[in-house]
Ligand binder design. Structure first.
Ligand SMILES: Cc1cc2nc3c(=O)[nH]c(=O)nc-3n(C[C@H](O)[C@H](O)[C@H](O)COP(=O)(O)O)c2cc1C
Length: 414
């Protein structure tokens, strides 16, 4: 019987353990978590979502404060179009976050950054270019393009000296999205180094509509695989979403996948960025508490725990401090929903906004508990302690369980 360790992921000259820990913003996939994956010979992701906040936390910097000070005059204004990111500061924050992580890397694995196109930041092209260029400048091993079609993203960095040597990959949820990406980036004469195919059971935002339940990861993977073979494209294929055991992973690897990308099991690792009380919520979750809804202003469905404090919360938008979801015109659908409720409830101090959430603030405060479909199974991966709580795991334990387990077994911690 095969186990994950019988396979290797080949990326250029590198041979890796075929386990990728996916990016989890905002700093849920911390540098510590990504570094463990790299130390153990796999691939770990950090995320550049709300990188100013992350850099402030990690390095005691003042990026958020500086931005808020600059735009404080606009806090009560419903029009947020003047609230722009300072591109030099954005580059600096990215370089700190990426550079310090790469500096700390040990072992044979790699560290990638998850870069979401949907963080439009009131200047989509300019901010995305700065984020990717700064990550390359700071020595990132690779960039995973996420949450968006990224039709222009390769072109934004094609002049960077590392454009051809850094590993560049994309997450897609359909063959059509991949075909579109390949067609639109053909001009740069560069193929992606890997393609993550993310199915409907993943955490975070989903690349499907609310009909997500009608899709099946293995069917999409097979479709993409047939296409790559027919086109003679030798691009490593990495399924993601719902791979919970080593055996789940092996079933994809045996069918020709190059690696698997996983995340949910690592949300209860000590190295994960979620506060411990939130991790206990993940452990305790039942299947019916795991919901997919449309409260994210990105327009994508998002999976989360139904008891997330963010749901229904009506805080004032914090775009002067954050503003990562402002579109090219300085709009965000949460602002619209919030203003509608304020108008409909004059004099009410604490309004509730049910249809949208202030994603930046809620993610920053760890009050939106996004998670994968299999979160309700996390309790089976550990021991229940006498006080009723569950024992956190080390990232190494989880990684090695994926790497060496057979028979759908889950190794419990010591
Ligand atoms: C808590 C959490 C946060 C996530 N955040 C992101 C993100 O910021 N960007 C992204 O591309 N994917 C995100 N994902 C998706 C993962 O990177 C990964 O592809 C997927 O969850 C793998 O499926 P699994 O969770 O069933 O193992 C997130 C997943 C989880 C569980």
């Amino acid at each position: 019987m095969k186990r994950v360790d019988d396979f290797r992921l080949r990326l250029g000259k590198k041979e890796l353990v075929p386990i990728v820990i996916g990016g989890m913003g905002v700093d849920i996939s911390t540098a510590e978590l990504a570094l463990e994956a790299a130390r153990l010979g796999g691939i770990g992701h950090i995320s550049d979502a709300m990188v100013n906040t992350v850099a402030d936390r990690r390095f005691n910097a003042k990026f958020v404060k500086d931005k808020l000070r600059k735009f404080k005059f606009n806090v009560a204004n419903t029009d947020k179009s003047v609230v722009k990111f300072d591109l030099d500061q954005l580059a600096q924050a990215t370089k700190m976050h990426v550079g310090k992580t790469i500096e700390a890397k040990r072992g044979d694995g790699l560290i990638f950054v998850n870069c979401m196109e949907k963080l439009t930041m009131n200047a989509p092209r300019e901010t995305l270019r700065v984020r990717m260029q700064a990550a390359l400048d700071a020595g990132i091993d690779g960039i995973t393009l996420a949450a968006g079609l990224h039709l222009g993203s390769f072109a934004l960095i094609e002049d960077h000296p590392r454009f051809r040597d850094a590993k560049l990959g994309i997450i897609v949820s359909s063959l059509r999205a991949l075909q579109l990406f390949l067609r639109k980036t053909a001009r740069t004469n560069r193929l992606p180094d890997y393609v993550v195919v993310e199915g409907p059971l993943a955490g975070g935002h989903l690349g499907f509509g609310m009909d997500w339940a009608e899709f099946d990861l293995s069917v999409i993977v097979a479709e993409v695989q047939r296409f790559l073979q027919a086109e003679n494209l030798n691009i490593p294929l990495i399924p993601a979403g719902g791979v919970f055991t080593g055996s789940d992973a092996v079933s994809y690897l045996e069918k020709g996948a190059a690696a698997v990308q996983v995340a949910t099991r690592f949300t209860v690792a000590r190295e994960c960025g979620l506060p411990e009380d939130v991790q206990q919520m993940y452990f305790k979750a039942s299947e019916d508490q795991i919901v997919v809804n449309q409260i994210s202003p990105t327009g994508y469905p998002m999976r989360m725990l139904s008891n997330s404090p963010a749901i229904g919360d009506g805080i004032r938008p914090n775009c002067e401090a954050y503003g990562y979801l402002l579109d090219a015109n300085g709009c965000c659908s949460y602002i619209t929903a919030y203003n509608r409720e304020v108008e409909a409830n004059p004099g009410v101090k604490r309004i509730s906004v049910k249809d949208k959430t202030c994603l930046c603030t809620q993610m920053r405060n760890f009050d939106l508990w996004t998670c994968g479909h299999n979160t309700y199974r996390l309790k089976d991966t550990t021991r229940k302690l006498d006080d009723g709580s569950y024992q956190l795991l080390s990232a190494e334990h989880i990684f090695r369980d994926y790497q060496f387990s057979t028979d759908n077994k889950l190794a419990l911690p010591e």
